[in-house]
Design a protein around this ligand. Structure first.
Ligand code: HMG
Length: 390
């Protein structure tokens, strides 16, 4: 049975800061951010967007009534969780009006967990071929003002429907995966910004990719020539390029040219949004699918998922007939084009506009946020969301 990605939606907040402006404000040569890091813009979330609202907005654009009836598994992948107990997927279940007979959970392993969600969903669909699963990958990446990670911040979500006979891409077996206990990036419970050993995280990422790609080719005999593109988790776009180049040294010219050109297409959305952690790999997939003009159905793509800490996985997918007809290219391009540019001072004010700790009651200014679904505040310690279209 063919199982894979049937639909994929995306949402990012309505504000961003140019990395060139950020570089000037930080007294750094702009080329370091735009070329050395490979980021043009980073998304800036208002206080009225959290992981739940980002994910709900991403799912809103793709779900039909038929999908809502068929979805019986919601897997919310995030490292920006809003509650230690209650799964973020339950808020989504309510906001989207999903079927009552649904299993709803939240999964965590840094940026890797959306991939875990997709693989869990494949098992579920294999046992229940009529079902569909909704996977959400939503995060706000925060390192702190004037840190070396600052330029790699971002915010956004992807929403993916996994089903039998998918319209966009089948996910193939086998895949290869590995775990190693490393402290390259983590966020203790008491901190709302990440701790990172930057250079170490880069080395670990590349090491994981090289090992997994070698393992995959050994196991399947699928090599560079069999892949139209290799997609990466993109904490910043230069990271994927470095990893890709590390396996191209002995490649033939045709493979090098194709894989580098397609990487270029696959990084476009990420370069203007920033790191969205769990959703980054799938934002890059979307960037490739919506941006390419020459990749035919039937093409095979490789996907490298990495979550610090660390877990990695390499797997492949095959693009389905007429996959282009099932994308939301215009809506995504419009959403990115309609965003508002912030000055660095405005971005810093947004960054510092956080919820007081342990607040019992608060109302948030949802009228300033053009998103359909917003985090509206807290009432008696319970988070409140609004859906403006109802
Ligand atoms: P840094 O020390 O500020 O930068 O931090 P650098 O000195 O390494 O320079 C970056 C690049 O800019 C270098 O190129 C420079 O040569 C170049 P490279 O050697 O890498 O090819 N450069 C210039 N280029 C053009 N013009 C110039 C110029 N000047 C310098 N004028 C670092 C960089 C990525 C370490 C930092 O931003 C950081 O810590 N980021 C956060 C961690 C991160 O993203 N790690 C990636 C791997 S881990 C991961 O992906 C998981 C993650 O998503 C979390 C999760 O799983 O949940 C992060």
């Amino acid at each position: 049975m063919k199982i894979g990605i049937d639909k994929i939606g995306f949402y990012t907040p309505h504000m961003y800061v140019e990395t060139e402006d950020l570089a000037v404000a930080r007294n750094i040569e702009p080329g370091k951010f735009t070329i050395g890091i490979g980021q043009e813009r980073i998304a800036v979330p208002p206080i009225t967007q959290d992981a739940v609202s980002l994910a709900a907005n991403a799912a809103l654009e793709i779900l039909t009534d038929e999908d809502k009836e068929a979805i019986d598994y919601v897997i919310f992948a995030t490292e920006s969780g809003i509650d230690h107990s209650k799964a973020a997927s339950i808020y989504i279940h309510q906001l989207l009006g999903l079927n009552r007979n649904t299993r709803s959970i939240e999964v965590k392993q840094a940026c890797y967990s959306a991939t875990a969600g997709i693989q869990m969903a494949r098992g579920h669909i294999a046992l229940n071929p009529e079902s569909k699963a909704l996977i959400l990958g939503a995060d706000i990446s925060r390192y702190g003002l004037q840190t070396s990670g600052e330029v790699t911040q971002g915010a956004g979500a992807v929403a993916i429907v996994v089903s039998a006979d998918p319209k966009i891409m089948t996910v193939e077996s086998p895949s290869v995966y590995q775990t190693e206990d490393v402290m390259d990036f983590w966020r203790p419970l008491y901190s709302d910004t990440a701790f990172v050993q930057g250079k170490y995280s880069v080395d670990k990422y590349i090491g994981f990719f090289q090992e997994l790609f070698a393992e995959y080719t050994k196991k399947t005999s699928v090599g560079l020539s069999d892949l139209e593109a290799i997609l990466f988790h993109l904490p910043y776009t230069k990271m994927g390029l470095k990893a890709l180049k590390s396996v191209l040294e002995d490649a033939n010219e045709a493979d090098k040219e194709r894989l580098l050109a397609n990487f270029d297409t696959s990084k476009k959305y990420n370069a203007t949004v920033g790191n969205i952690y769990t959703g980054s790999l799938y934002l890059s997939l979307l960037s490739l699918l919506e941006g390419n003009t020459n990749i035919d159905p039937g093409a095979r793509v490789g996907l490298f998922s990495y979550g610090s800490g660390a877990v990695g996985e390499f797997f492949t997918g095959v693009l389905q007939p007429n996959y282009r007809e099932h994308l939301y290219k215009e809506q995504h391009e419009q959403m990115l084009a309609n965003r508002t540019a912030l000055t660095v001072a405005e971005y810093e004010a947004q960054f510092n506009d956080t919820l007081p700790v342990a607040v019992e009651n608060i109302d948030l200014p949802t009228d300033k946020d053009p998103a359909t679904i917003c985090f509206a505040g807290i009432k008696d310690h319970m988070r409140q969301y609004v859906r403006k279209d109802q």
